[in-house]
Design a protein around this ligand. Sequence first.
Ligand SMILES: [Zn+2]
Ligand SMILES: [Zn+2]
Length: 196
Amino acid sequence: MSQFKYFNGPREDMSDLLDGVQTCSICNIENGTCFQLDYAITNLFSEEDKEGKIGCVNCLTSGEFEFWHDTEFGMLDEQGLTKVYNHNMNNPPRIQEQVLSEMRRTPQIVTWQQELWLTHCDDFMVYLGTWDPKDFYLNSPNGNGKQLFLEMTDEYQNLWDDSLGDNKQQLQEWYATYYVFKCSHCGKLRGNWDCD
Ligand SMILES: [Zn+2]
Ligand SMILES: [Zn+2]
């Protein structure tokens, strides 16, 4: 079970996670899950003092520091949601402050470019991890991996066929990284690519 409502992926997918047991710069207690605070939101340290500081998972979940997130509802930071990119909604649903805090107290995802946290049923979805083509076949109720991929994917649907070589039926691998999210309300799976 994950400590986080919205992050249920592997540990190594957590951005800014430090190796091994570290001493938290905030509570001074040793913890095996610590993050570097260089890009975190916190008013405990000034911008220049944040560099090299460390925050433990307990201080994250209690809100001593938080992380910004780019989400479909908008760019989320301590000010709330703002439309910055085209993929941010023009008229996002009203989200309770408690939900926004919970999301900010969630690690960012390791990505090549920038995460885009998907949403469903007026809530942030739960991050599950990255999938390769085989995971679509395994998770499809009828073994039709491509169909599941198409149901989950809004953009760059062509990448499935583009990755499939000539005369091949089953897709083995692709060059991209695909991030998978699940709705905690209805179970819907969605995903996106690390490309723009
Ligand atoms: Zn701490
Ligand atoms: Zn849903």
